[in-house]
Design a protein around this ligand. Structure first.
Ligand SMILES: Cc1ncc(COP(=O)(O)O)c(C=O)c1O
Length: 390
């Protein structure tokens, strides 16, 4: 008899151990002790999906035929809704057949895109800090090699295009940015597209937070500057639909076609009733401007942002109100894991910046997914714990 090996594949073993396991275990232990936890850890909206969308979903779930398989690329109607939205919102015209694919959230799309375009050993440019999926589920699971590019505060958390390594297959770029909450200027994106062309690097733009912006800032699409890129987006944050698992990829027909080919081997499409709810949601953008349900959400996040920024500034942290995302990213003046543990002693959860890459060290991310009252309470607790002797 030959012993069965249960060893996972080498590519899976390359995924680093989960950095937050220790923090999460401490949170669970605190909760078991009955400690009231205020959690700013996960980037998952606490606000409900707008009622109109939920009602459409319920109606569509009851409709005969919507129980059956969709297609892995998404229903024609959904791709058309994305294309119409791009035209209204970004003034970008897309062919729904060749330039749009529906994904099971942008996370799945990003990972399957890497499966389609990264060969073993290919180098992939990954911002540092960044959403961990680019380096891990994306690049490493496709046996590529992540090449880290620092996002530094003195460079406004933008990659320095004059010093990015060349000879890479893909560059991941994400603005409004998780975790730094930075946004990119239109000039920067123009230069980025030019840089991608000049170096033969695929620009993969993650626009998951395009609708979550403040103070009059309107986030662009990379496709406004070049059609030879791929852009990912999602209904998760725009409409508080993280659990629905629906997003989209748009752009260069060859890049979309490769992603579609992977998806045809992997999934059978987002459930039809969810796609129909998404079509309804896109339809709320009548003239390209944000519909009232999105404006309402954004106003809530803005108020939270302002309360948190004011409180942290009073404590002496250097934090400016960001123009996008529902994150605050600030220098905590010590090792981020130590700072997070200290706050946890006061029942407040924040994410240590080191979890997003080595250049995230010294920073923490606070996800503003708590009501103002809880933010105020958390600020009081933070102030107290930081002023008490160690
Ligand atoms: C930058 C970024 N991209 C993509 C995603 C994935 O979102 P989803 O898969 O829900 O569309 C997230 C989620 O937090 C994110 O922060």
């Amino acid at each position: 008899m030959i012993a069965m090996t249960r060893e996972t594949a080498a590519r899976l073993r390359k995924i680093p151990p989960y950095l937050f396991a220790d923090i999460e275990a401490r949170v669970r232990a605190k909760m078991a002790q009955g400690v009231d936890i205020i959690d700013f850890g996960i980037g998952d909206p606490d606000l409900p999906t707008p009622n109109e969308i939920v009602e459409e979903l319920a109606k569509q779930a009851k409709s005969p035929g919507n129980n059956q398989y969709s297609t892995s690329s998404g229903e024609e109607e959904t791709r058309e809704a994305v294309a119409e939205w791009y035209e209204r919102r970004f003034n970008v015209r897309l062919d729904p057949e060749k330039e749009v694919v529906i994904t099971m959230g942008s996370k799945e799309g990003l990972i399957d895109f890497c499966r389609g375009f990264v060969d073993p050993g290919d180098r992939v440019l990954v911002p540092d800090p960044s959403y961990p999926v680019y380096a891990q589920g994306g690049t490493l699971l496709s046996e590529g090699v992540p090449v880290r590019v620092p996002l530094l505060p003195e460079k406004s958390f933008l990659m320095d295009l004059r010093s990015i390594p060349t000879g890479c297959k893909i560059v991941f770029v994400n603005y409004p940015n998780n975790p730094t909450a930075a946004v990119a200027t239109r000039d920067y994106l123009k230069e980025l597209v030019k840089w991608g062309r000049g170096t033969g690097t695929i620009v993969c733009y993650d626009n998951a937070y395009s609708e979550m912006t403040f103070d009059g800032y309107v986030a662009p699409s990379i496709l406004e500057y070049g059609r030879d890129c791929i852009e990912f987006g999602s209904l998760s944050k725009t409409f508080n639909m993280t659990g629905y698992r629906i997003g989209y990829a748009v752009g260069d027909p060859d890049l979309i076609s490769g992603l579609k080919k992977v998806k045809s081997q992997v999934d059978s499409g987002v459930p039809k009733f969810i796609q129909k709810a998404a079509v309804f949601a896109f339809g709320m953008y009548k003239d390209g401007g944000r519909p009232p349900v999105v404006e309402k959400n954004v106003a809530i996040y803005k108020e939270r942002r302002d309360v948190a920024v004011a409180g942290l500034s009073r404590m002496g942290f250097s934090v400016n109100p960001p123009l996008g995302t529902f994150y605050l990213w600030f220098n905590c003046n010590e090792e981020s894991m130590d700072f997070a543990r200290k706050l946890l002693d006061a029942g407040v959860v924040v994410t240590p910046g080191i979890g997003f890459g080595e250049h995230g060290e010294g920073f923490v991310r606070m996800s503003l997914t708590q009501p103002v009252k809880r933010i105020e309470e958390a600020l009081e607790r933070i102030e107290k714990v930081l002023s008490s002797p160690a």
